[in-house]
Design a protein around this ligand. Structure first.
Ligand code: UD1
Ligand code: UDP
Length: 362
């Protein structure tokens, strides 16, 4: 069996790393096809180096662009490589434009698609990621749902039961494989001049937040108020999209420590010792839940409802006073929930299922 792992962005590199490790461990025939959706060193290569991943065999260097432009270039490039390489299965992970392009190009060539992190739904079709999730799921032959809830969503949409497998989320594997190492080698607190428990960690990058002046402005104002009221520092490793938009809108960070996007080990260290995480990231909502750090999500909805159900996360939207109130609520909360995303063996389970089922599933 020949496997093509299609990835293109920071979270895909991180969440695929346990699967790549397992493929290497079993000496499977696989290769990485990188779309180049992310390309800046600290959004891309840094993660290959730190996670010791093999080089991508192909990089399409698609870069940034409008959704159609970016996805279209990916479709053309991926199709060509799949025709040359002839894999038996294409794996995609998550909900980015890379995912929908990888899934669609493969499905149209009659190559089986395995979707890792299948069945997540925000039910908000204004998010580009929601369209990508739905399309990728409905092109896939093997759907790796992280939780029972996501499995049920897929069945409810008419996807046949024999294609869906509950595996947990590989985000847990990545945390388990890297948190101890990060404790030993990371000096990120010294570097940033913060101490465990005296800061809030922020990540905001979603298109619907940072490309909208009112919403992004509301978040920045909320962070400023929260900093004043709580006396805690606010650290924001800022995604390049958000940095660009901050300048476009002329927003002032007012006491918020803006830092470059961090390497994974430093980010894990900072995240695991934060008093609270405020984010619109999918992966960060999950990681905070796994590492028992309370989370405030700066959105009106989430495709990770498990985090809300266990009490690890609340939705605050982007209105400044609501952000402050929700943050205060979570700052007083006790982190005694169970992690709903699995036991850290999702990568092994996914590769086992892949090797067992690949020849059988239509
Ligand atoms: C993409 C995904 C989003 C995911 C995020 C992870 C889609 C539709 N969006 O959003 O779901 O949460 O990745 O981080 O697929 N840029 C750089 N360097 C880079 C990459 C991007 O400077 O390496 C800047 C460019 O100005 C670019 C902008 O960020 O125009 C947006 O990049 P893009 O990949 O289109 O979307 P993300 O916001 O990164
Ligand atoms: N992350 C990182 N450095 C940072 C911010 C985030 O390594 O400065 C990691 C984080 O640990 C998580 C992933 O990036 O695993 C989340 O990616 P992102 O927020 O870009 O995308 P999303 O999960 O929203 O798709």
């Amino acid at each position: 069996m020949r496997i093509s792992i299609v990835l293109g962005t920071r979270p895909e590199i991180i969440k695929f790393s346990p699967i790549v490790r397992e493929c290497e461990h079993l000496s499977l025939d696989f290769f990485i096809l990188h779309t180049g959706q992310h390309y800046t060193y600290n959004m891309d290569r840094l993660f290959f180096e730190q996670l010791e991943l093999p080089e991508a065999k192909h990089n399409l260097n698609v870069g940034s662009g409008s959704h159609a432009e970016q996805t279209g270039k990916m479709l053309i490039g991926i199709e060509k490589i799949l025709q040359e390489e002839k894999p038996d299965v294409v794996l995609v992970e998550g909900d980015t434009n890379t995912v929908v392009a990888g899934a669609l190009a493969a499905a149209k060539l009659g190559i089986k698609v395995g979707h890792v992190e299948a069945g997540l739904r925000s039910y908000d079709r204004e998010m580009p990621e929601e369209i990508n999730r739905v399309l990728a799921d409905h092109c896939s032959s093997l759907l790796f749902a992280p939780t029972e809830k996501s499995r049920r969503i897929l069945l409810h949409e008419g996807i046949s039961e024999n294609k869906v497998f509950v595996t947990g989320n590989t985000v847990v594997d990545a945390v388990c494989q890297n948190l101890e190492i990060s404790k030993k080698i990371c000096r990120v607190h010294d570097r940033l001049g913060v101490h465990g428990g005296d800061y809030l960690l922020v990540t905001v990058h979603r298109q619907e937040n940072v490309d909208d002046k009112k919403r992004f402005g509301g978040i920045m104002k909320g962070l400023d108020l929260l900093r004043e009221e709580s006396g805690l520092k606010v650290v924001y490793p800022i995604h390049p999209r958000a940095m660009k938009q901050l300048k476009v809108f002329g927003l002032q960070p007012n006491g918020v420590m803006l830092v470059e996007p961090l390497d994974y080990l430093s980010f894990l260290q900072l995240e695991s010792n934060a008093r609270l995480v405020l984010t619109d990231s999918g992966g960060v909502q999950e990681e905070a839940c796994v590492m028992k750090v309370p989370c405030v999500t700066l959105r009106e909805n989430t495709e990770r409802p498990e985090t809300l159900e266990v009490g690890a996360n609340v939705l605050a939207g982007t209105e400044p006073h609501k952000i402050v109130n929700m943050a205060k609520l979570m700052l007083n909360d006790r982190a005694n929930w169970e992690n709903p995303f699995g036991d850290g063996k999702a990568g092994t389970k996914i590769v086992d299922i892949l090797t067992e089922k690949c020849g059988q599933i239509e």
